[in-house]
Design a protein around this ligand. Sequence first.
Ligand code: UT7
Length: 361
Amino acid sequence: MKSNGLSKKLLSSLDHFIPDRRIRMTRVAEKNIKAAITAVGGYVPEDVLTNADLEQMVDTSDEWITTRTGIKERRILKDPTKATSYMAIQAAEKVLTKSQTAAADIDMLILATITPDMKVAATAAKVATDIGAFNAFAFDLQAACSGFLYGMSVAAAKIEAGHAKKILVVGADKMSSIVDYTDRTTCIIFGDGAGAVLMEASTNGYGREDDYLRSNGVGQAYLNIKAGGSLHPTTEETLAKGWDAIYQDGKTVFKYAVSEMAGAAQKVMERNGLTPQNLDYIIAHQANKRILDATQKRVQVGTNQLLTNIQHYGNTTAATLPLLLRDYEAHFKTGDRLLFTAFGGGFTWGASYYTWAYSLK
Ligand code: UT7
């Protein structure tokens, strides 16, 4: 009798709370939006700069470049009237066409780049306007080779917060515009290119699972363009010193890159229960094949799990991650576990874990 009395009480108190609970559940559902990559696209210029070409330009050899970097050729945007925005637009338009998305439906466009068309006037704004994304707000994100990784993280957060529904994240760099082609330590590494993804709310529960992003200003000394900023505006003196082209202390950057890319990847693996066995692919920044090999060994995945295309394009800075997605998209299946990792100037680095949200077939 007592228990009956109690359950009646309980029922009546539940009646009282049911409408409230429903409201709470709807709010929780909204909070659980997960951001997913739903389309990818890319663009590389037609002109190819081979190791043989570089042998004619600086004191180097195909053998040195191949064994030290794994690069065989890169693409160069030769037309002097075209800049980073041109490549970004090609990549973004491919994504819109593939996903049958109207440009007017894009809420936000992030362009990761260290080679904006101009120092002032965000290149992202031009890209958004030229593709017809009139309802978007757009900005450039400068985090060097980690720019695309950072951009995906910002986009995912805006989608998960319910602030935006469709975001284009573009990584594009015309590295040939900041490379000194008499400096053999840098001109052999970099290439031009662009890649883009569409990010939307996931419809099947797959998407961004975790991010771990970091930076350390100690890197300013080791990878930079010293002039042209507020510290050393361009003068005849800075030009004479070569301060307007990209400089890097390759050995130091190499050591940091291996340690931080692998470290970030391991951290994200650990906290998400990822193992070399249950992880499908690593999408790592393409800076040097030896850095990729060292990362692969530290993370202990198989060579076929760590994807590469550095041999074709060199280091395209913010474009390497989306270009990898473009080149390997046909291999990815719904639910595949992808781990992104990058390291770049600043220093900036990190890793992101995504469950892939679609299959092409
Ligand atoms: O994407 C952003 C992050 N960037 C990176 O992660 C790049 C990291 N660094 C690297 O990839 C490598 O350090 C480089 C590819 C830049 C250089 O490779 P390295 O094995 O570290 O070479 P090194 O700088 O220690 O130079 C070794 C030798 C030197 O000669 P000596 O002093 O031993 O006589 C260089 O002058 O190789 C020489 N060298 C070259 N020789 C032929 C440097 N560049 C070249 C070249 N061709 N292109």
